[in-house]
Design a binder for this molecule. Structure first.
Ligand SMILES: [Zn+2]
Length: 123
Protein backbone atom coordinates (compact mmCIF):
# COMPACT_ATOMS: atom_id res chain seq x y z
CA UNK A 1 0.00 0.00 0.00
CA UNK A 2 1.54 3.26 -1.18
CA UNK A 3 -0.09 5.29 1.60
CA UNK A 4 1.67 3.30 4.32
CA UNK A 5 5.00 4.25 2.76
CA UNK A 6 3.89 7.87 2.67
CA UNK A 7 2.75 7.74 6.31
CA UNK A 8 6.11 6.30 7.36
CA UNK A 9 7.92 9.04 5.42
CA UNK A 10 5.84 11.70 7.19
CA UNK A 11 6.69 10.06 10.52
CA UNK A 12 10.43 9.97 9.78
CA UNK A 13 10.48 13.58 8.68
CA UNK A 14 8.65 14.78 11.76
CA UNK A 15 10.64 12.63 14.18
CA UNK A 16 13.84 14.07 12.79
CA UNK A 17 12.49 17.58 13.23
CA UNK A 18 11.10 17.05 16.73
CA UNK A 19 14.08 15.02 17.99
CA UNK A 20 16.17 18.15 18.40
CA UNK A 21 14.05 18.96 21.46
CA UNK A 22 15.53 15.95 23.30
CA UNK A 23 12.40 13.84 23.20
CA UNK A 24 10.36 16.19 25.35
CA UNK A 25 7.75 16.97 22.72
CA UNK A 26 4.62 15.00 21.87
CA UNK A 27 2.57 15.69 18.76
CA UNK A 28 -1.22 15.95 19.14
CA UNK A 29 -2.31 16.79 15.62
CA UNK A 30 -0.49 16.47 12.33
CA UNK A 31 -2.08 18.34 9.42
CA UNK A 32 -1.18 17.43 5.87
CA UNK A 33 -2.29 18.88 2.56
CA UNK A 34 -3.03 16.25 -0.05
CA UNK A 35 -3.65 17.33 -3.61
CA UNK A 36 -6.01 15.58 -5.99
CA UNK A 37 -3.04 14.87 -8.29
CA UNK A 38 -0.80 13.49 -5.54
CA UNK A 39 -1.97 9.94 -6.12
CA UNK A 40 -2.86 9.62 -2.42
CA UNK A 41 -6.20 8.20 -1.34
CA UNK A 42 -7.04 10.13 1.87
CA UNK A 43 -8.97 7.25 3.41
CA UNK A 44 -6.03 4.91 2.84
CA UNK A 45 -3.58 7.41 4.34
CA UNK A 46 -5.88 7.87 7.34
CA UNK A 47 -6.06 4.10 7.74
CA UNK A 48 -2.28 3.68 7.45
CA UNK A 49 -1.37 6.48 9.88
CA UNK A 50 -1.90 4.70 13.25
CA UNK A 51 0.03 1.69 11.96
CA UNK A 52 2.91 3.89 10.85
CA UNK A 53 3.24 5.73 14.19
CA UNK A 54 2.10 3.05 16.67
CA UNK A 55 5.52 2.66 18.33
CA UNK A 56 6.58 6.30 18.04
CA UNK A 57 7.17 8.11 21.35
CA UNK A 58 6.58 11.45 19.66
CA UNK A 59 3.75 10.69 17.23
CA UNK A 60 2.10 7.58 18.67
CA UNK A 61 -0.98 9.44 19.89
CA UNK A 62 -1.12 12.10 17.18
CA UNK A 63 -4.26 12.51 15.08
CA UNK A 64 -3.83 12.95 11.34
CA UNK A 65 -5.90 15.72 9.73
CA UNK A 66 -5.99 15.68 5.96
CA UNK A 67 -6.77 18.83 3.98
CA UNK A 68 -7.85 17.88 0.48
CA UNK A 69 -6.65 20.28 -2.22
CA UNK A 70 -8.57 20.41 -5.49
CA UNK A 71 -6.78 20.85 -8.78
CA UNK A 72 -6.57 24.53 -9.71
CA UNK A 73 -5.63 25.60 -13.18
CA UNK A 74 -4.48 28.92 -14.59
CA UNK A 75 -5.42 29.69 -18.16
CA UNK A 76 -2.37 31.22 -19.82
CA UNK A 77 -4.54 32.73 -22.57
CA UNK A 78 -7.09 34.65 -20.48
CA UNK A 79 -5.57 34.50 -16.95
CA UNK A 80 -8.65 32.79 -15.54
CA UNK A 81 -8.10 30.57 -12.50
CA UNK A 82 -10.49 27.69 -12.13
CA UNK A 83 -10.98 24.47 -10.19
CA UNK A 84 -10.95 21.24 -12.10
CA UNK A 85 -14.16 19.43 -11.28
CA UNK A 86 -13.81 16.54 -13.69
CA UNK A 87 -10.86 15.05 -15.49
CA UNK A 88 -12.57 14.92 -18.88
CA UNK A 89 -11.10 18.16 -20.16
CA UNK A 90 -8.37 20.52 -18.99
CA UNK A 91 -9.51 23.31 -21.34
CA UNK A 92 -10.32 26.72 -19.90
CA UNK A 93 -14.08 26.92 -19.32
CA UNK A 94 -14.09 30.57 -20.40
CA UNK A 95 -12.04 30.79 -23.59
CA UNK A 96 -11.63 27.06 -24.31
CA UNK A 97 -7.86 27.40 -24.56
CA UNK A 98 -5.88 24.20 -23.88
CA UNK A 99 -2.89 26.28 -22.74
CA UNK A 100 -3.23 25.90 -18.97
CA UNK A 101 -0.90 25.51 -15.99
CA UNK A 102 -1.48 23.50 -12.84
CA UNK A 103 -1.15 25.85 -9.87
CA UNK A 104 -2.53 23.61 -7.11
CA UNK A 105 -3.46 19.99 -6.59
CA UNK A 106 -0.15 18.12 -6.62
CA UNK A 107 0.76 18.82 -2.98
CA UNK A 108 1.76 16.31 -0.40
CA UNK A 109 2.88 18.64 2.36
CA UNK A 110 2.95 18.75 6.13
CA UNK A 111 0.97 21.93 6.83
CA UNK A 112 1.39 22.10 10.60
CA UNK A 113 1.97 20.06 13.74
CA UNK A 114 0.47 20.75 17.16
CA UNK A 115 2.97 19.77 19.83
CA UNK A 116 3.06 19.90 23.59
CA UNK A 117 5.65 19.08 26.18
CA UNK A 118 5.55 15.57 27.45
CA UNK A 119 4.34 15.35 31.03
CA UNK A 120 7.24 14.67 33.32
CA UNK A 121 7.46 11.22 34.83
CA UNK A 122 7.27 11.87 38.56
CA UNK A 123 7.61 8.28 39.78
ZN1 LIG B 1 -9.04 30.98 -20.73
Amino acid sequence: MHELTVAIQIRRGLETELASDEGTLVADVVRVQVGALSGIVPEALQFAWPHAVADSATLGSARLDIDWVDVQLLCVACNDVYTLTEFRSLRCPHCRSPDVEIIAGDELDIASVDVRERARDLS
